[in-house]
Structures are given as C-alpha cells and as structure tokens.
Write a protein that binds this ligand. Structure first.
Ligand code: HEC
Ligand code: HEC
Length: 320
C-alpha cells in the first residue's frame, strides 16, 4: 500500500481508537469499584466545604492520595481506589507544596484550623500557604468541616478522640494553672517524667533551639513564651504560658514527650515527623532556660548518652 497522507491519518486514528477502547472504555465499564471500609457519605456542610476547597485551588498545593512509596509521609494508610467512589471530581492533585491531606481529618482540632485558615503563619511561622480569612467565618467553618472529614470513618475516630480530650483539658484549664499543668502531666509515662534533658545546654544548642522556636512555636507560645502569639486569640485552651511551669516539677523528658506527641484535644501539634530528636532536646533547653526559668539539662540520670557533645564535668549542669 502506498503511504499517502490519508492512509497515515486513518492508521493513526485507528490505533488511537484501539488504545482508547482498551485503556479508557473497557476499564470504565468493567471495573466495579466497591467503596472501601473508610468511606461514608459527606454531610451537607462538608459538601459545601468541598466546593470551597475546589473553588480556592487547594488542590494546586495539596494532594489527596498516599502511594506505597510514600511511607516517609508517616502514612497510616495507603490510598485504595475504593476511597474515592463518592468523589466527583476526584481531587487527587499532583503537587505537594503542602502536606497530603487524604487523612487530614482529626489531625488537628477545629480551633487550630480557625487560626491556620485565618493566617497559616499564626500556627506555622514559615508557612507559604496563603491566608483564607477573606472567606469569612461561615465558609471557614464549612472548609474546616470538610478537612475534618478527610479520611472518612478513620477521620471520624480521630475527631472524636480530639473532642473527648478537648472536653477534659478545657475543664482543667478553666479551673486554673495548677489543675491545668496537673492534667497535662497526668498521662505522661513515669520514664519520661523522670528523665532530664540528656543534651547540655551549650551556647550552640541554645542558638539552634532559638531558631527552631522561631520557625515552629512562636506563633502560638509567643516571642517571650507567655502564650500570647498571634494564634492565641483563636485557640482554647490557649497556648501554654511557659512561666507557670516554674513552680512545677517539669522535666526535659516531659517536654520531649509533649513536643514529640503533641497534646490531643488542644492545638498543640505533634512534631515527631518534622523535628529530629536533637532538635526537640535543643528547643526544650531553649524554652526551659529562657521562659520556664529552670533547667535539668545533662544532670543524672542521663538516660540517653549525649557523648558526642563536650561535657563539662566540673558542674552538674554540664555546659550550661
Ligand atoms: C501555595 C500552596 C498552598 C495552598 C494554595 C494551600 N495550602 Fe494548605 N498548606 C500549604 C503548606 C506549605 C502547608 C504546611 C505548612 C502549614 O501548616 O501551613 C499547608 C498546610 C495545610 C494544612 C495542615 C496540614 C497538616 O497536617 O498540618 C491544611 C489542613 C491545609 N493546608 C488546607 C488547605 C486548604 C483547605 C486550602 C485551600 C483553601 C489550602 N490548604 C491551600 C500550602 C498550601
Ligand atoms: C498551634 C499552636 C501551638 C504551636 C505551634 C505549639 N504549641 Fe505548644 N502548646 C499549645 C497548646 C494549646 C498547649 C496546651 C495548652 C493547655 O492545655 O494548657 C501547648 C503545650 C505545650 C507544652 C506542654 C508543657 C507541659 O508541661 O506539659 C510544651 C512543652 C509545648 N507546648 C512546647 C511547644 C514547642 C517547643 C513548640 C514548637 C516546636 C510548640 N509548643 C508549638 C499550642 C501550640
């Protein structure tokens, strides 16, 4: 056969049509995707929030799927096709300028979202997410409801855990600083309570700690650690005023435990996925010395051996 233009064109079209049938049409009509175990119907307000999410281009920065190779996200769950049966359009997204949100529900309580949507720099001083205050309270509420629904039934379980602890912690906060600190420390394992900060509070460590404090903590706990950062007016219970810890038996281990795990039911987020161990000890030293007004760094029992740092043996406080 002679390869004329029309033969080439017809051949191309035939090949294209065959591929289209195999890759698109057959799977569309054959694949019977069943809802996965976490799927549930969205409520009206969550559905409204989803429209606001689409209208404001959240998908340009946030994905909603976790692949097997994404374990480094700290994912509890790999996405399944059945997770998306109720979504039209599906909001997978392809860019992760911000974190994946497919399991965002219940990661933070509602008050954290209120502060974060008003201005992300309030809760995360170096965030590049734009503020959404212009949406107004009603829309921010719907958007929050939608984000809290991400993860379906799994998210519902996390949200109800947040609510459970929120009630207990709010009641304790309302009774005054002593009962507040008592409840904050009540559930921390003995081992952590008795553990001093194993790293000496050297000048370098305190400088690193200051840098971490400014990048992660300042928006809530405030520049002088009194809990009066710009996020404070949106949060209840408000960020802790570190000075109240001066007359309590607070330890480096307690700080480590709280910073690593966060405090469920309050806006205090966990940092286990963002701050390496040493950074948590450094920021603890910084906060203890500058805001709490006492520190147990590098005293006995040392627990973790911080041998790589020069240890000043002439004083119990190490390099402080
Ligand atoms: C320019 C990119 C960008 C856009 C647009 C954007 N975000 Fe973000 N988002 C981020 C970044 C970066 C972070 C991480 C820092 C932070 O917490 O602000 C983030 C964090 C978040 C978090 C917290 C996740 C967590 O696990 O802590 C939520 C929830 C969120 N965004 C929701 C939204 C919603 C809803 C919209 C649309 C109204 C949106 N974002 C638009 C970049 C963006
Ligand atoms: C989004 C706001 C927010 C951010 C960001 C935040 N915190 Fe908190 N923090 C809180 C709240 C709220 C509490 C608990 C308030 C309560 O229930 O009294 C808290 C409590 C704590 C406690 C508990 C103290 C104790 O004795 O149990 C420590 C320690 C702490 N924060 C350290 C930090 C450090 C360090 C950072 C930065 C790495 C940080 N926080 C970032 C809001 C925040």
């Amino acid at each position: 056969m002679k390869m004329t233009t029309s033969v080439l064109l017809a051949g191309t079209m035939i090949i294209f049509a065959v591929i289209f049938v195999i890759v698109v049409l057959i799977p569309t009509y054959q694949a019977e995707v069943k809802p996965s175990e976490m799927v549930r119907m969205r409520t009206e307000i969550e559905e409204e929030g989803r429209h606001i999410y689409i209208a404001n281009g959240c998908t340009y920065c946030h994905s909603q799927y976790i692949r097997p190779q994404d374990w480094d996200l700290g994912a509890e769950r790999i996405a399944k096709e059945g997770d998306y049966v109720l979504d039209e359009p599906v909001l997978l997204g392809s860019i992760r300028t911000g974190p994946d949100l497919s399991q965002a529900g219940g990661e933070h309580p509602d008050d954290w979202h209120r502060a974060h949507f008003t201005n992300p720099r309030y809760t995360r001083p170096e965030s590049i997410m734009p503020p959404f205050k212009f949406l107004g309270d009603e829309k921010v509420k719907s958007l929050t409801a939608y984000v809290q629904s991400l993860g379906g039934k799994d998210a519902d379980a996390r949200v109800s855990r947040q609510k459970h602890w929120h009630k207990i912690l709010t009641e304790a906060y309302d009774k005054g600083p002593d009962s507040n600190v008592a409840i904050l420390h009540r559930y921390i394992p003995e081992m952590w309570i008795n553990m001093p900060n194993p790293y000496p509070a050297t000048e370098a460590a305190l400088k690193r700690g200051e840098r971490i404090y400014q990048s992660f903590c300042l928006g809530c706990h405030g520049p002088v650690g009194d809990g009066q950062g710009p996020a404070a007016k949106y949060l209840y219970p408000p960020p802790l005023n570190f000075t109240v810890l001066n007359r309590t038996g607070v330890s480096g281990g307690i700080f480590y435990y709280q910073i690593m795990n966060g405090i469920t039911g309050t806006a205090m987020p966990y940092f286990k996925r963002e701050l390496e161990s040493e950074k948590i000890w450094d920021v603890s030293n910084y906060v203890m010395i500058n805001f709490v007004g006492k520190n147990d760094a590098n005293t006995e029992p040392r627990g973790i051996d911080a041998a790589y740092e020069p240890v000043d043996t002439s004083t119990k406080q190490g390099g402080k």
